[in-house]
Design a protein around this ligand. Structure first.
Ligand code: CP
Ligand code: NVA
Length: 298
């Protein structure tokens, strides 16, 4: 039984297999030679908002021959307090796989343990593995192997996106730099568990120097809305803009997992001049997640 619960727990070989297969799913989107989810129903259980993740999984499961069943966590008994382990044991007897977006990482892990069906982390507070695998695929489409390259993450360095980047860096052999104020830096424990070449600094110009990819994410992640004012105050300045890009390589890529807040983590002109890459990232969620699902059911 395979799951994708985190990049921390995903073996390097599995990452390689998914990244390799993704291009084929993209190239043959309209002409698939097999439908590995034929006859299957996959539940999408979401406790947080989503545009890209929901649509890409619903369309992807459908195109692979399966049926997606979207369940807003608030519309099922889970939202009224039914335990995860009971929900998991019910769904495990009815559907063939689950894609879960929620808050606590342990909830996705508990679901996987009790359901007995392949389970995908579609974003928790700790990780967003499908997004980072997609971002790496998007980088490699344009620039070749990410190994040995420099990736700079700017902004909230303690949220799910940079954490998944940290675990990917050690496994895939690229250098990661995180530019974030002290209060929003990744924990020493995460850095220790991951290993690899990761620089964490408050100095954005040092972090951006010579970067091959400059990446950002929202300053206020889902679930952190009560901290908005404080986050906007402390993170001000940790923005991708023309000044920051002057430090990076001349052909550096700019990426954003979206949704984007112009004037906060990225300015309008920089966003629009890198929109081709950013919306390729969004599209590639579909192709890379098909490769993930295919790897899981093999
Ligand atoms: N990047 C991403 O996961 O987008 P959604 O929140 O719209 O799914
Ligand atoms: N860090 C963001 C990612 C959104 C895709 C959040 O959790 O809201």
């Amino acid at each position: 039984m395979k799951h994708l619960l985190s990049l921390e727990s995903m073996p390097r070989e599995a990452m390689d297999a998914v990244l390799q297969a993704a291009a084929g799913f993209k190239q043959h989107r309209n002409n698939p030679d097999r439908k590995p989810l034929s006859g299957q129903t996959w539940a999408l259980i979401f406790s947080k908002s989503s545009t890209r993740t929901r649509v890409s999984f619903e369309v992807g499961i459908h195109e692979m021959g399966g049926r997606p069943l979207f369940l807003n966590a608030n519309d099922i008994q889970l939202g009224r307090g039914e335990p995860i382990k009971d929900t998991a044991r019910v769904l495990g007897r009815m559907v063939h796989g689950a894609v879960i977006r929620t808050f606590a990482q342990r909830d996705v892990e508990e679901f996987a343990r009790y359901s007995g069906i392949p389970t995908v982390n579609a974003l928790t507070d700790d990780e967003h593995p499908c997004q980072v695998l997609t971002d790496i695929h998007t980088f490699q489409e344009r620039r070749g192997p990410i190994q040995g390259k420099v990736v700079t993450f700017v902004g909230d360095g303690a949220c799910n996106m940079p954490i998944s980047w940290i675990f990917a860096a050690a496994k895939l052999g690229f250098e990661l730099r995180i530019a974030a104020p002290k209060a929003f830096q990744p924990s020493v424990e995460v850095l220790r568990r991951a290993g690899g070449r990761v620089l964490v600094t408050e100095d954005l110009s040092i972090a951006a120097s010579g970067a091959d990819l400059v990446y950002t994410d929202v300053w206020v992640s889902m679930g952190k809305e009560a901290e908005s004012a404080e986050r906007l105050r402390v993170l001000e300045g940790y923005q991708i803009n023309a000044d920051v890009l002057k430090r990076a390589k001349p052909d550096a890529l700019v990426m954003h997992c979206l949704p984007a807040y112009r004037g906060k983590e990225i300015d309008e002109a920089t966003f629009e001049s890198h929109a081709d890459t950013i919306f390729d990232q969004a599209e590639n969620r579909l192709h890379v997640q098909k490769a993930i699902l295919d790897w899981m059911v093999r």
